[in-house]
Ligand binder design. Structure first.
Ligand code: FAD
Ligand code: EPU
Length: 304
């Protein structure tokens, strides 16, 4: 990327800019090479300016939330990454409506809602997502509860920086999927419609969910959550486990002994180790069950 572009971006924006920034520092897996430019916009105007500048200069970009569903290549991403975690993180509660900025952390929103006596988002307490990332992925539990079912409206900026609003019915929410996985819109705010409940009951439910997660998921090593989506009516974790893949290791990447649908970074794992392990697990399951598991995590730079 030309120095001129870097200097113009620096001059234009109030937010944080870094060059050749390691994406391993910004992903849960702790894996990945550098982004040419990483921008953390100061506010929505800053984000609008960024998008319209990138658009007029024909520059490619990716949006990064909390990096909890991403595997970034060892070579990194040759382009601009716009990180929203920690920025655009206002949370506003009005009756049973919660409006949250896309960079707000889902567990923080869930706890604020619980404190206000609002039920529905309890499951969000254990998902290390931003509100934007959770909306893109329609994050949730198995098939039983997900953010899409609680969302009234999603506000986005288009690639040119123009504002657009989507009602729930137009968001195309399905299991781990939404319309926001296509195209290059940036989610900036989400409105949730919750249900009035009792704070103590809501907090007790959250505690239970956290405990059961601690027992079944490997939370002490870097990972990106479940690697594969569950095939309809089954669990990828169970299939991988029964195919005998638990404990398989390539370089620093290892199929978790605790939950077979998690690959953990056991120390110094490279993206290519994880990719090789994914192929191996996939072919073991395919050979045993004739099922081709579909990736849930996203690999950068290629699209899903
Ligand atoms: P990222 O990983 O940063 O990005 C994911 C995708 O969203 C990318 O395509 C990115 O470009 C896009 N994106 C992010 N923000 C925006 C935005 N504002 N506008 C437009 N695009 C955007 N998932 C579940 O569903 N249920 C679980 O129970 C669960 N448990 C997990 C447990 C652990 C320990 C971990 C590490 C992960 C878990 N996950 C779970 C996976 C992950 O947390 C979710 O997929 C989450 O929704 C990703 O959010 P993020 O902010 O980290 O997004
Ligand atoms: N199982 C095994 N072996 C394993 C793992 C699981 O036999 O190694 C069995 C369990 O004993 C259980 C069944 O598989 O009978 C389901 O396991 P679990 O309850 O752990 O749920 P899951 O289907 O594996 C889903 C989501 C998780 C979410 C949990 C909440 C997917 C792909 N996974 O996991 O989401 O946290 O439910 O219970 O939908 C994610 O998407 O990143 C994620 C972590």
């Amino acid at each position: 990327m030309e120095q001129k572009i870097k200097s113009e971006l620096e001059a234009k924006l109030k937010g944080e800019l870094s060059f050749e920034e390691s994406l391993a520092k910004h992903t849960y897996f702790r894996i990945g090479g550098p982004a040419t430019v990483l921008i953390i916009p100061a506010d929505i105007e800053d984000l609008q300016k960024t998008l319209s500048y990138l658009h007029s200069n024909g520059l490619e970009y990716r949006v990064l939330g909390n990096g909890s569903n991403l595997l970034v290549a060892d070579e990194g991403f040759a382009g601009v990454v716009i990180k929203l975690a920690g920025s655009l993180n206002e949370i506003e509660i009005d009756g049973s409506t919660v409006r949250a900025g896309a960079g707000a952390r889902l567990p923080v929103v869930a706890r604020r809602a619980a404190k206000a006596g609002l039920a529905g988002l309890e499951f969000g307490v254990g998902i290390p997502a931003t509100v934007g990332g959770a909306t893109v992925m329609n994050a949730g539990l198995g098939a039983s509860a997900s953010v899409g079912g609680l969302i009234n409206r999603v506000e986005v900026l288009s690639a040119t920086g123009a504002k657009q609003s989507f009602e729930q019915a137009n968001c195309e929410f399905a299991y781990r999927s939404s319309r926001f996985q296509e195209g290059s819109s940036v989610i900036v705010e989400v409105e949730f419609g919750l249900t009035v409940g009792d704070s103590q009951n809501i907090e007790a439910k959250m505690k239970e969910l956290i405990n059961s997660r601690r027992q079944s998921q490997p939370l002490s090593l870097p990972n990106a959550g479940c690697i594969f989506k569950n095939p309809e009516g089954d669990s990828a974790g169970r299939l991988i486990d029964e195919a005998g893949a638990k404990g398989l290791q390539i370089g620093g990447a290892k199929v978790s002994e605790k939950h077979a649908n998690f690959i953990v970074n056991d120390g110094g794992a490279r993206a290519r180790d994880v990719l090789e392990l994914i192929d191996k697990v996939r072919s073991l399951v395919n050979r045993k069950y004739g099922i081709l598991l579909e990736l849930e995590i996203e690999f950068w730079p290629s699209r899903r």
